[in-house]
Design a protein around this ligand. Sequence first.
Ligand SMILES: C[S@@+](CC[C@H](N)C(=O)[O-])C[C@H]1O[C@@H](n2cnc3c(N)ncnc32)[C@H](O)[C@@H]1O
Length: 328
Amino acid sequence: MNTISSPLDLIQLLVGYQPAATISTASRLGLFDALTDQPQPASEIAKYLAVDDSNLEALLRALVQLGLVSHSDGEFAATPFSANYLQNNSDLDMIIRKEAFFSTAWSRLDEVVRSGHPILPPWKERLHARSSQATEFLYALDALARLTGPPLAELPELTRGRILDVGGGLGTYSRALAEAGSTTVLVDLPDVIELARDHLADLPAGSVEFVAADIFSESACGIEIESVDAALVSHMLHDYPKETGVELLRSANRAIRPGGFVVVNDFANDTGPAAFGGLFDLMMRVETGGAAHSLATLGEMLLTSGFCDVRRVAFPDPITVLIATKDS
Ligand SMILES: C[S@@+](CC[C@H](N)C(=O)[O-])C[C@H]1O[C@@H](n2cnc3c(N)ncnc32)[C@H](O)[C@@H]1O
């Protein structure tokens, strides 16, 4: 457990918002697109972006110190990393925008703690309003899963037969599992399924089946009862309180054949590194009114929804992958 024992340690935590704001500002201004591998004076970049010379130079210098811009002889250039990863609409740019959006909600954490309610409207409303933020959020999740998610396609339980991807979003894992040889059934809300169809359009026809359904209003996540060999429940349970999570797992359970498997990919509130679990838990309370559950609670949720033999796959923290077998 981390113990703060000096004012300086605390101050370092308190200014933690500054690097994030510096990076998201650079992204919003289009600075990473304006930089090339050829060094340019700040004044030239400022002219191109139509911003203030002196403050842009300060921003560039801070980015140099953060390791995202290179500097020589008073001129600034992209680093290989920023040139490769931080262009407008790149994977990391989507993640930068997602975090910038959520940082505004985090600034109202006191309201969440007082009221017991999240800051953001329910996901279905955000989706329905067709806000660009909701769409960008889905692309950011896709990028996060590809860049940092566990290699779920290496799990034998998910690569044999027909696999249900519950709330599969744009289909990051459906794609990986289909490419590993399974037939995947991607279930999500209609607006998301529309985007997922486009996103997975390059896959061979039939390797992913798309089902537009509300998993809470259908008895088996919107598919035929006992029609899949396994279900993946990835980054779903933290969106809900425990009771709703159990409801979701029961719905998935009905879709799985007896003796089949459920694989839960999530983050627990009691795993690291450092304060990751606790902060992730707070994030879910700010965003969705859900919660990151403890490892023990996740296990308990699986046992009460008709699964047995719960085991954790040995991926490094904070990745939390639990596999359980459907009671026969
Ligand atoms: C946090 S995302 C997880 C996406 C993906 N499984 C992953 O691991 O990246 C939650 C997903 O659940 C979907 N979802 C939320 N409520 C749903 C519902 N009632 N029925 C079906 N899908 C739902 C969302 O649209 C979104 O794609």
